[in-house]
Design a protein around this ligand. Sequence first.
Ligand code: GLU
Length: 303
Amino acid sequence: MRKTKLSAILGAGILASLVLTGCAEGAPPAAGGGEEGTTTGEAPVFDVATDVTIEGSPTFDKITAAGGKVVVGVKEDQPNLGYLDAVTGERTGFDVDVARWMAASLGVSDENIEFKAIPSANREQAIINGDIDYYVGTYSITDKRKDQIDFAGPYFETGQGLLVGADSEITGVDDLSAETNVCSATGSTPIQNIREKYPEVKTTEFEKYSECVEALINGQVDAVTTDEAILIGYAAQNPEALKVVGEPFSTELYGIGLAKGDDALRDHFNTTLEEGGDVWQSIFDYNLGSSGTTVSQPAPDRY
Ligand code: GLU
């Protein structure tokens, strides 16, 4: 495999630690944004609802029985979307804020939210097991997943894209071939999609996208594929080394994963999303406003 320019400019180890810990220059900005950051404006503040009742929701009953504490599944290695700053312990991102917003709608304030990082492949099982009360983390709504769990939303739309080294000659998905190795996360829609539509292309899987980005930086793979919104976050972390190329080649609608059959909770979240256009916009502006991602709030699907 050809060494990419980026691993030559910057030691792969240094880059890997940037990606994994986000504790240096290329890390996404802390809340409040910064000159080089992609966040804008004020951190959104959510009104914590009072006297909430959700008739017939087993999840809400469980939250109440736990003294008003929720456990929320998230990602923590996806800048601008779901990110944990290993140094400050602060969680940021569009999805993390949506998770906080939904908690507030249940009457749960920030200090009563326990976040659990769950990788793509383990999301359905975590919901089925009751390890988490709901999941907000670049989770595409699919019929297959709906066999096991339910989704509120969609609350966001993006599409599958490609991340390559800054000096790569790959300009889009049609440049992938039997000679190229593309990396994605186990159990994700993009790994399935690439295998189905481009069966000749070599694939590598890791649990997390940050591991794929590390492999790209080290020259072990030629591209990373997943949702553009995710890839834009990695490229923004390291613009000298990484670039997003081509046009999106799928439609990914993000939903809030919750226990199958908890229609009362799904309705409650959908109503919160529907009535909270201004809140949605403030979350978007703060986390993704200057990222280059342009999206407006999709209407929830009350299936
Ligand atoms: N949205 C896609 C999915 O749900 C890719 C991102 C992810 O793995 O979280 O599979």
